[in-house]
Design a protein around this ligand. Structure first.
Ligand SMILES: C[S@@+](CC[C@H](N)C(=O)[O-])C[C@H]1O[C@@H](n2cnc3c(N)ncnc32)[C@H](O)[C@@H]1O
Length: 232
């Protein structure tokens, strides 16, 4: 039996990109970074192919908005941005526009990541926030710096996409990485209950977790940045 080697797709080649006046994808920043951090980015085409495998969870199935995704080596956010894009497009198709602000925040609350390097972490934040803002501005919803929509989106990103080391479970300051579950409050649409947990606790299923976590009061998801505690 003979096998044919896979040929590069001519439409995706750097020459084809140049012809279309697109910047070619930059998959490697430097040899040193490849050596030290294994930093080679996944091409967008491959990201899309992988996400096609989980279309039900991302965009077509029940409760797709709340299905959680975790990127343990988030890089510049290429997977997280593609996940958010698909969820936002599905929200647009499946919900009436009055629900887009709330549902888009729940979508953002469903994506988690850890990235070791400061510049990549920063890039991931910026790309996710830009995607979120562009979605709202294209539909005529104000998402300026001073709006609750923007502030809550930025806050959710800060809590969900962390600079740190997935292998040690520590953040950039050497503290245990803490995430939060964002539970919808049943019967009160648009309301969320925040429940913190540590990344390490996901690995130690069944083990006792003695961390003392803050307890938050349920609140509107677009007020989540106000961090109102249950005992306030
Ligand atoms: C191979 S790149 C992949 C980036 C992205 N996931 C992709 O597929 O395009 C690996 C990324 O993981 C980060 N990284 C390496 N070790 C890590 C660790 N222990 N914890 C978190 N991130 C790490 C690197 O800084 C780099 O941005």
């Amino acid at each position: 039996m003979t096998t044919k080697p896979a040929l590069p797709d001519p439409q995706r080649s750097p020459a084809a990109a140049a012809e279309r006046h697109e910047a070619p994808e930059r998959l490697v920043k430097s040899r040193d970074r490849v050596k030290a951090y294994g930093e080679v980015f996944t091409p967008r085409r491959m990201v899309d192919q992988m996400l096609d495998l989980v279309r039900a969870e991302l965009e077509t199935g029940p409760n797709f908005v709340d299905k959680t995704f975790f990127e343990p080596a988030a890089g510049d956010g290429n997977f997280l941005v593609a996940i958010l894009q698909r969820k936002l497009r599905a929200i647009e198709r499946r919900y009436q526009s009055e629900f887009w602000p709330t549902e888009s925040l729940f979508a953002l609350a469903s994506v988690y990541g850890v990235e070791l390097l400061e510049d990549n972490h920063q890039a991931a934040h910026e790309a996710l926030l830009a995607e979120f803002v562009a979605f709202h501005e294209s539909s005529g919803t104000s998402c300026g710096y001073r709006t609750n929509l923007y502030r809550s989106a930025r806050f959710l990103l800060r809590v969900n996409v962390v600079q740190g080391n997935t292998l040690t479970g520590l953040d950039a300051r050497g503290k245990p990485i803490q995430f939060s579950w964002w539970h919808r409050v049943l019967n009160i649409p648009g309301t969320v209950r925040r429940e913190p947990f540590s990344l390490a606790s996901l690995r130690e299923a069944g083990a006792f977790d003695f961390t003392t976590y803050a307890v938050y009061a349920p609140c509107r998801i677009d007020h989540v940045h106000k961090e109102v505690r249950a005992d306030d």
